[in-house]
Ligand binder design. Structure first.
Ligand code: PRX
Length: 653
């Protein structure tokens, strides 16, 4: 694709725009101006209109203790009521969840089914496990409907769930359980991948070895493989659920009562427990579903994420259900049995909105360029992408071959901490450009700022992606660490002398004011759309007894977006006896400490690392070397400048 094509603008499909929830840029501008002129009025009106309050709120926003902000104080509601009960009058027989299993098994769960399943689950947690409001419950689950029931059951009784992605190792699970001080873990024996059973319960068993805050483990029997059982700790969901009542009163929750924690990587230290609270989060989850995906009453919507990540929370479970939509949940692998699987599913379920990650688009493109042509994809209206910048060739294939040049692509920019989309096209309004997240959503005061001056960046000048006013779905805290919350997000950029939220991403405006996200400015790597802290990977590698020093950086990867490149300095100076064995040993430790998702793509046994005289590792130089770039930075002040050429030569050879 030439540079000219990259700059091309694609107008929204006029037929689609006619019925879209936001129909034009004029409408967008009116909404955004309303928010600018009367921020409280804007949000207060939507909160009244969209949420089913059990008791009304009295104050829209309290910023007096910024960045500890409170939204919709005085209000009482329950998120599971918002997602289920309030739909029963009009949608009880509508599909809430359409489940497709790895082996092609299917299940349709209506809103009434969902109501009973969640109520029973909530009663189980309360009666059999003694779970109370405010208790933390860790969910370590495959992509099966019970994962959604578990989340909503926690919400119903006011317990705070913390989902740990099923690909994380026992050590990573243990860390998160301990940090959250969870008293219950909900898991499954396992599930299916590429038609074969795989296991989760043994990972939980390992994570709970030794001292643990966990008292009870609930096991959903999905693949019925044999698992070890600890009497008095482990219980079968399939047995206990049988005699539970289908009615459980929803706990009355304050707007600011916590809904969930989700651990995510930062540039330093261990993962942070990002806390989201009830009213603000669910309001924005629902509104963005309506605005960005434009889901209509009879639509079927599919997001391919895993519930272990924020995308799965907001855009598989909470957002779609809050608006009363039909959401598809998929247990399998999108390239199995071949790269036509998602298109076959779109055809079969008549999917209208499809939401996935650039890494998946690249893989589907590479493995099955012609596959979309084999299926009837005419139901598609909106295509979404999330998790990392999307490269123009992948964008173009998605637009032309999957969307037949008639669907808008919504390149949604957001993070675990933002709760929902913050910068994104609106499918009926925004003329789109490949690779551009375009404009802040109405109500979101997102700006690219110069980190030094806090002034809005000029066109073409890279700056920091910031949000200058609190928004309802904003992170409320880092679990158990107020100081880290303030330092991580409000320490870097000031606008008019006041700290603002900094996302950690760089971004740039083009001449039309479009925002393009350029990637992280910190030591966070984005591997296949998954956030990985270099510090975490380094800490794992350092557990190898022969490792003296290590530095991990990201390196562009054709499919994953970024891959992990580790520079390892060994203790013994006799060099590496057997490189292949050493790499294997280190990767084994990474797998144990974090999981397969953090395995290194490249590992170099280096004679040393480029450091300043004060001992700081110059990662910028290591990033350039990994990319094969010429080193243009001044290296004369390094402790040992010659190391740069030595390492660069090793990488080249
Ligand atoms: O770097 C940005 C990138 O993903 C990071 C957030 O990761 P996480 O909290 O795991 O949430 C992923 C799903 C929301 C961001 O800091 N990112 C997310 N969406 C985009 C993106 N980068 C570019 N374009 C996007 N659309």
């Amino acid at each position: 694709m030439s540079k000219e094509q990259v700059k091309q603008i694609f107008q929204p499909n006029p037929e689609f725009a006619k019925n879209a929830s936001i129909k034009s840029m004029d409408e967008y501008n009116t909404l955004q101006n309303k928010a600018i002129e009367n921020y409280e009025g804007f949000w207060g009106d939507y909160a009244k209109e969209k949420l089913d309050w059990i008791e009304p709120f009295t104050n829209t926003v309290d910023e007096s203790n910024f960045p500890f902000v409170k939204w919709f104080e005085g209000g009482k509601l329950n998120v599971s009521h918002q997602c289920i009960d309030r739909h029963l009058d009009t949608r009880k027989n509508k599909a809430a969840i359409i489940f497709e299993g790895d082996r092609g098994d299917k299940q349709v769960i209506t809103y009434l089914d969902l109501y009973y399943n969640v109520n029973k689950f909530a009663n189980l947690l309360k009666e059999d496990f003694g779970v109370k409001k405010g208790d933390r419950v860790v969910i370590y689950m495959p992509m099966i409907p019970e994962a959604a029931y578990a989340m909503l059951a926690c919400a119903r009784i006011g317990a705070i769930h913390s989902i740990v992605f099923g690909g994380f190792s026992a050590e990573a699970l243990k860390d998160r359980i301990e940090d959250a001080e969870a008293k219950v873990v909900i898991t499954a024996d396992g599930a299916y991948r590429k038609t074969k059973p795989y296991m989760l319960k043994p990972v939980v068993d390992n994570a709970l070895k030794g001292k643990t805050p966990v008292e009870k483990v609930l096991v959903i029997e999905r693949n019925n493989e044999e698992v070890a059982w600890v009497e008095g700790r482990d219980y079968s969901y399939n047995e206990l659920i049988k005699n539970k009542s289908g009615k459980c009163e929803a706990e009355l929750m304050d707007s600011e009562d916590p809904l969930f924690l989700l651990y995510t990587s930062g540039s330093t230290g261990k993962p942070k427990g990002v806390q989201h609270n009830s009213a603000g989060y669910i309001l924005w989850a629902q509104m963005t579903m309506e605005w960005v995906f434009d889901v209509k009453e009879n639509d079927t919507y599919w997001c391919t994420a895993d519930v272990g990540w924020i995308t799965g929370h907001t855009y598989i479970v909470y957002g779609p259900l809050a608006m009363g939509a039909t959401t598809v949940m998929f247990e399998g692998v999108i390239t199995f049995p071949d790269a036509g699987r998602p298109w076959q599913m779109v055809q079969e379920h008549r999917i209208n909105q499809f939401y996935t990650a650039p890494t998946a688009i690249r893989v589907l493109h590479k493995m099955g360029e012609e596959e979309p042509k084999k299926y009837d994809l005419s139901s598609l209206k909106v295509l979404g992408t999330v998790g990392e910048p999307i490269d123009p060739p992948a964008w173009k294939w998605y637009y032309e071959e999957v969307g037949s040049s008639k669907c808008s692509i919504v390149d949604t920019y957001w993070q675990t901490e933002t709760g929902g989309h913050v910068v994104s096209p609106l499918p009926g309004a925004t003329p789109i450009k490949p690779g551009c997240a375009t404009f802040p959503l109405p109500g979101i005061m997102a700006e690219i700022l110069d980190p030094e001056t806090g002034i809005k960046s000029e066109v073409g000048e890279k700056g920091y992606m910031c949000i200058t006013k609190p928004w309802p779905a904003m992170i409320r805290g880092v679990w158990g660490d107020e100081e880290r919350f303030v330092k991580s997000y409000f320490g870097d950029v000031k606008k008019d002398g006041k700290a603002v939220y900094f996302t950690g991403d760089g971004a740039v405006y083009d001449k039309d004011g479009y925002i393009t996200i350029t990637g992280r400015t910190d030591d966070v790597i984005n591997v296949s759309g998954h956030r990985m802290g270099t510090a975490e990977v380094e800490a794992a590698i350092k557990k190898h007894p022969n490792v003296a020093e290590v530095a991990v950086v990201g390196k562009p990867h054709p499919l994953k977006g970024e891959g992990i490149f580790a520079y390892v300095v060994l203790k013994s100076d006799d060099g590496v006896a057997d490189e292949v064995e050493e790499v294997k040993a280190i990767n084994k430790i990474i797998k144990k400490e974090i999981g397969n998702i953090a395995l290194c793509d490249d590992m170099l046994f280096a004679p040393g690392l480029p450091k300043t005289r004060s001992g700081k590792i110059m990662r910028r130089i290591l990033r350039s070397i990994a990319k094969g770039e010429e080193i243009t930075q001044d290296i004369s002040t390094l402790e040992d400048p010659s190391i740069v050429a030595k390492i660069a030569d090793m990488v080249k050879s």
